[in-house]
Design a protein around this ligand. Sequence first.
Ligand SMILES: [Zn+2]
Length: 455
Amino acid sequence: MSHRTPSPTDRLLVSGCDVLRVPPQGECEILRAQDIVVADGVIEDVRPTGGPSGSDLAAEVIDGRGLLAVPGLVNAHTHSPMVLMRGAAEDVTVEGWFNDRVWPMESNLTPEDVRAGARLACAEMIRSGVTTFADHYFFPEQIAEAVTETGLRADIAPTYFSSRGQEALEDTVTFAETWHGRAGGRVTVSLGPHAPYTVDDGDLRTLAGHARRLGLRIHVHAAEHLEQTRSSLERRGITPVRVLHETGVLEAGALIAHGCGIVEDDLPLLAEYAGTTAVACCPKVYLKHALSPLTPVRDLLAAHVTVAVGTDGAAGHNTLDVWEALRLVALTQKQAVGDATWMTVSDTLRMAMRGGARALGLQKEIGALEPGMRADIVLTDLSGLHCRPLHDPRAALVYSARASDVRTVVVDGRVLMRDGRLLTVDEPALLAEADARVARILDTSHGRAVQHYDP
Ligand SMILES: [Zn+2]
């Protein structure tokens, strides 16, 4: 086994692992005893183990025997630096969460805080087999730097409120022009108006125009729950989704966070742009905030709109664990629809992998372990007692596996975690830095806030 520093241009061989095949439709399959051959960050071949150009030709070999290789998970909606506020806003309503806790705390954040939080978040995601995330936050350069240095893949949307003014809007566009496609293509950018209730129609139109001009998408919170849809109908006679339609946001291509308040009239509007529209479902935060209904996943899929799995920020979700999120999608959707036979194991895995990739416009690059795809590979160890006897590894992934079952993580052909050891992150230093910052961030005695929640 090679011990030199891995580089993306090396040839990498993952030998003897089982492989989860996630087809565009139908049942997922387990391919037994495979070799995954990677060259220049791309999967060149997935084939029965022991073939030609095996370990002798690869610069780096990972012994995958006894492990199951799965496509890296995609966290389709998060605010990564909010790990700094994990557990600091509990047992509150949505309004209390924003107005009494999160938006006052966020007014304390410095660029250095965001960098420390983003690094911690990247480490947590690598540990849990998340190889790509769609982020939405302030000080986006800091997040982009953290992604660059930790080796993950991310689509970063700089959060924008109209209350911040035109200069701030221009700054988000400049960030996009500077960072889109950087870090060897691992960093992409979407524009990030916060929501139709915090960004006015003129700004939504302007951002949609920039998105079309630059070939970017828009990542936005909309119809987060039914109350917001009702309030929008009362105040202005149209739903939040119709606002996105009328301002050109859907036409530009939109990743919509939550969408629990999407109503029947919205479905044709979303269907019109189904090829470039996605909704990220983050059920743990809906359950915590006692919200009902949930994201109408069945209706969205019937309208050919992509649905993906997200955690939202850790100030609501407490973890960035997409295994937990995808399990909750399966459980809550079965319960919501009253049908135990849908949101199957295969459909749930597909949503977290291919669905996440499509939600970020990366379906040609990630979401499956197939020749031609970027090599974002997660090796899971399903030998723990909580997975045994292992009748169906696919079911274990959805209903039994834990983030701690992830052993080795490869992104773009580079090994970021090997056998449980993080290679691009100094964990103790990172934790010490985050801990040193939290007391100041949690102090809201000043009475300031970044925004007031009144949708
Ligand atoms: Zn969010």
